[in-house]
Design a protein around this ligand. Structure first.
Ligand code: HEM
Length: 420
């Protein structure tokens, strides 16, 4: 296998490059073919191995004792230490399940995993469908809008806020928080007059105050939402979950769940606009919403990558990686791997089987995958039933982020039927 590839490593890493041109599929195709375990050295980041094939990501994800999450999943993350006795405003100490390894990770994941099973999530069916209907109703019968702002971001926001016990009038704070945390390199999304760290701290403080109110209320008046479960959670030894961990859990569910689902929905609509035959198929057969969502997650891969840190030496495809080194698993690349997908560059809403890695796999498989599926499915179903015409109204723009990736704007012109 040769490595005759010439590319700028920044195209794989730098948020603003994703902001200009989206995901670097041409480079990944070359890497999958010629150098699937490729050492990347750039002036801006510590060196890492880029992992681009589906089979290798499966292999790595199933070995959490070798490939650790302990130093964080993002390329620039720094290690932190958790303390159970700290105050919720000591955000620097906060650590969430995505930064833990077994056995600690399993203990913490178990706290909420019962809430996220398909059977348990089923009880959200009605709320999610009503929410999808209300979002589409708001568009009126015809007009132009930014699909990201009006639909893709509002729908998952309401669904997650419901799970977390947040009132509709407090949703805007949540929206700002997630934008700041995940797309903070994008100047359009930053708070005016503040630097990024300052803005993040001040948003976290606002969110911390809201969270404290909700958690105290759920301790006194538990309901069947996730906020109540987290507020009253016990660890395996019977002790209460510490305040930092409770806040971290609450925060990761929201931040991991919002932008990802928003970007899947907006990227899915973009793919349908670019493939009018698929849009016609979906509108003629709304029951295809289920397979559409799987294809949308494969196609958009909103979580572009996850980083792992080697705890011991490991050889993969002849490349000897050393303990202490890092690797980055590009899910978006694995989801175009022709060893697994027939015609991977074709958007096909009836693709079956569809063994995409958009939700990851193994130890850290997305905890909210069923929520994401349910909420995206309800929206595509609603649109399939009601869209008479929809077309681009201007070019889309991309978020400057290389971690949770996707569209910043998607202007559309539409005609919509009233709900049946
Ligand atoms: C289309 C939407 C979504 C996508 C593409 C997505 C993708 C992912 C991926 C790739 C991972 C890491 C998997 C790994 O390392 O193997 C992950 C983890 C996670 N996701 Fe999602 N996600 C989505 C929606 C959600 C939602 C709606 C929630 C919550 C309601 C959520 C909560 C989480 C949590 C808590 C983790 C960490 C799990 C762990 O470390 O054990 N995600 N997600």
């Amino acid at each position: 296998m040769s490595s005759l590839i010439d590319f700028d490593p920044d195209d794989l890493i730098t948020p603003s490059n994703y902001g200009l041109s989206g995901q670097p599929h041409e480079i990944w195709s070359q890497l999958r073919k010629h150098s699937p375990v490729h050492r990347i050295e750039s002036s801006s980041h510590p060196p890492f191995y880029a992992i681009t094939r589906h089979a290798d990501i499966m292999n790595i994800s199933n070995k959490p004792n070798v490939f650790s999450n302990g130093e964080g999943p993002m390329m620039l993350d720094k290690p932190t230490t958790a303390r159970r006795d700290a105050n919720p405003d000591e955000f620097g100490q906060m650590r969430t399940i995505i930064e833990m390894d077994p056995p600690e990770h399993r203990e913490f994941r178990k706290v909420a995993s019962g809430f996220f099973t398909p059977r348990s999530i089923h009880r959200l069916d009605e709320i999610v469908s009503e929410c999808a209907r209300a979002q589409v109703d708001k568009l009126g019968q015809e007009g132009e809008c930014d699909f990201v702002e009006q639909i893709a971001q509002r729908h998952p926001l309401r669904v997650l806020a419901t799970i977390l016990g947040i009132a509709p009038e407090e949703e805007d704070l949540l929206l700002e928080l997630t934008q700041q945390l995940f797309a903070g390199d994008d100047p359009d999304l930053q708070r005016e007059g503040e630097d990024r760290d300052e803005a993040t701290r001040s948003l976290l403080a606002d969110f911390g105050a809201l969270f404290t109110r909700i958690i105290e209320d759920r301790r006194a008046n538990p309901t069947d939402d996730l906020a109540s479960l987290l507020a009253n959670a016990k660890m395996a030894d019977g002790s209460a979950m510490g305040p930092i961990e409770t806040f971290g859990y609450y925060l990761i569910v929201f931040t991991a769940g919002h932008d990802t689902t928003r970007n899947a929905i907006s990227g899915g609509m973009q793919a349908l606009l670019e493939n009018p035959d698929q849009m016609r198929r979906l509108c003629a057969n709304p029951e295809l919403a289920k397979t559409t969502v799987e294809e949308v997650v494969r196609w958009t891969s909103p979580v572009n990558y996850m980083k792992r840190h080697l705890l011991e030496d490991f050889e993969l495809r002849g490349v000897k990686m050393k303990a202490g080194e890092e690797l980055v698993m590009y899910y978006a690349s694995a989801n175009r791997d022709d060893e697994v997908f027939d015609q991977p560059f074709q958007f096909n809403i009836e693709r079956h089987p569809n063994r995409h890695l958009g939700f990851g796999t193994g130890e850290h498989f997305c905890l909210g995958a069923h929520v994401a599926r349910l909420s995206a499915r309800a929206l595509f179903l609603e649109l399939a039933n009601r869209v008479e015409e929809i077309e681009p109204a201007a070019d889309p723009t991309y978020i400057s982020s290389s971690f949770v990736v996707g569209l910043k704007t998607l202007p559309v012109r539409y005609k919509i039927r009233p709900a049946a």
